[in-house]
Write a protein that binds this ligand. Structure first.
Ligand code: 13P
Length: 258
């Protein structure tokens, strides 16, 4: 059975003191859930201090980025080899990195491979932009992003991965249109179909698939109720511990509703 996950992507927000206050407050409002993993994705500078502070039974850490070479003369970069042991997950291929930092298929593929060889589970973000959606091109875009990123991986590695479907037009800072859960259902089904075509049905039923884009404590339940949706990648709403704790609570309650 796939364990549900809720990921906070803090993006470029918070410093050591605000993060510490936040986690202290979130910790008080969070209990240990057997079927729900809560992942915090803070800025790089916060990973080490937070790793000493958090209750690892309640929270896991994710890096928001990493470099694909393990070491060398790459000024300013931090490799997945350096993140090994510090984080369990890494967000890779986020649309902000594709758009603002020109990350292409090849680079994302190399990053996914580097994270995996360093025993870090990739949370691979894929999703079409507004014009691709209007042109009815969603399936092609999602298939291209998926197929190219998974290219170097074994079946076992793909089975352990997390895929986050984040349509760019639904991200709060890129327009924040609220998608219909039925639209998301179609793409989640298509992602599993693609994985199944490439790696077989067993792998496709193991890989966790998330939704991301303007998720908040009101909308989360409808997304979690979708068939095959294993959780959410939350941006803006994860910056407020009260709001994020409500999202976690809904993630826990969904099993009780089932
Ligand atoms: P929002 O939840 O702010 O739309 O951000 C989504 C996102 O980009 C998470 O990675």
């Amino acid at each position: 059975m796939r364990k549900r996950i809720i990921v906070a992507n803090w993006k470029m927000n918070m410093n050591i003191s605000t993060a510490s206050i936040y986690l202290n407050n979130l910790n008080k409002r969070t209990t240990i859930h057997r079927n729900l993993e809560v992942i915090i994705g803070p800025a790089l500078t916060l990973l080490y201090p937070l790793s000493l502070e958090i209750d690892h039974r309640k929270f896991s850490l994710a890096a928001q980025n990493g470099y694909f070479k393990d070491q060398g003369a790459f000024t300013g970069e931090v490799s997945f080899a350096m993140l090994k042991g510090l984080v369990k997950y890494a967000i890779i291929g986020h649309s902000e990195r594709r758009i603002y930092f020109n990350e292409d298929h090849q680079l994302i593929r190399d990053k996914v491979a580097a994270a995996t060889r360093n025993e870090i589970i990739p949370i691979l973000c894929i999703g079409e932009n507004k014009s691709e959606r209007v042109a009815n091109d969603t399936k092609r875009v999602v298939a291209d992003q998926l197929n190219s990123a998974l290219y170097n991986l074994t079946s076992d590695e793909v089975a352990k991965m997390v895929i986050a479907y984040e349509p760019v037009w639904a991200i709060s800072t890129f327009g924040g249109e609220i998608p219909k859960p039925s639209d998301i259902q179609k793409v989640i089904d298509y992602i599993r179909f693609q994985i199944s075509e490439l790696y077989g049905a067993k792998v496709a039923s193991s890989t966790r698939v998330l939704y991301g884009g303007s998720v908040n404590s009101d909308s989360i339940t409808a997304y979690l109720a979708l068939d095959g949706c294993d959780g959410a990648l939350v941006g803006g709403a994860s910056l407020n511990y009260l709001e994020f704790s409500k999202i976690i609570e809904k993630g826990y309650l969904i099993d009780k509703l089932a």
